[in-house]
Design a protein. Structure first.
Length: 130
């Protein structure tokens, strides 16, 4: 089967994937969700040949796999994929105090504080004064 049409639509609670599978019975279709990917597999007519269709769809976000819902109506597969309610782990980083942020903002682009440059020459507003 190579004539499938798959569309991913955003919804208020997640995503909806609609796949046109003409001539396919609901019991021939399997749906799996793992790692932000939806896999649609249509079984072959006999158990000795590979699947007639093995289609993968990348999802735009994390899905709650326990609440995935799939229906099939007249060759149209609709899979509803709710967003996961869990938030990703925060990325650790250095936290600066307000004073550190102000000090960093006051330094000129060259990295030397206003007053003297690396050679000890007097600086005014970041411009050397001779």
């Amino acid at each position: 089967m190579t004539n499938e049409t798959v569309e991913v639509r955003p919804t208020e609670r997640g995503w909806e994937v609609v796949a046109a599978l003409p001539g396919v019975a609901p019991e021939e279709v399997a749906v799996e969700v793992a790692d932000r990917e939806l896999r649609i597999v249509v079984a072959s007519e006999d158990d000795t040949t590979p699947a007639a269709l093995d289609h993968r769809v990348k999802l735009p976000g994390d899905v709650d796999p326990d609440h995935v819902d799939a229906t099939m109506d007249h060759g149209l597969l609709t899979v509803r994929l709710p967003r996961s309610e869990t938030l990703p782990e925060p990325i650790p980083g250095q936290i600066k105090t307000a004073d550190e942020q102000l000090d960093q903002a006051r330094e000129p682009a060259g990295g030397y504080p206003t007053g003297e440059d690396a050679t000890g020459k007097n600086m005014a507003a970041g411009v050397p004064v001779w």
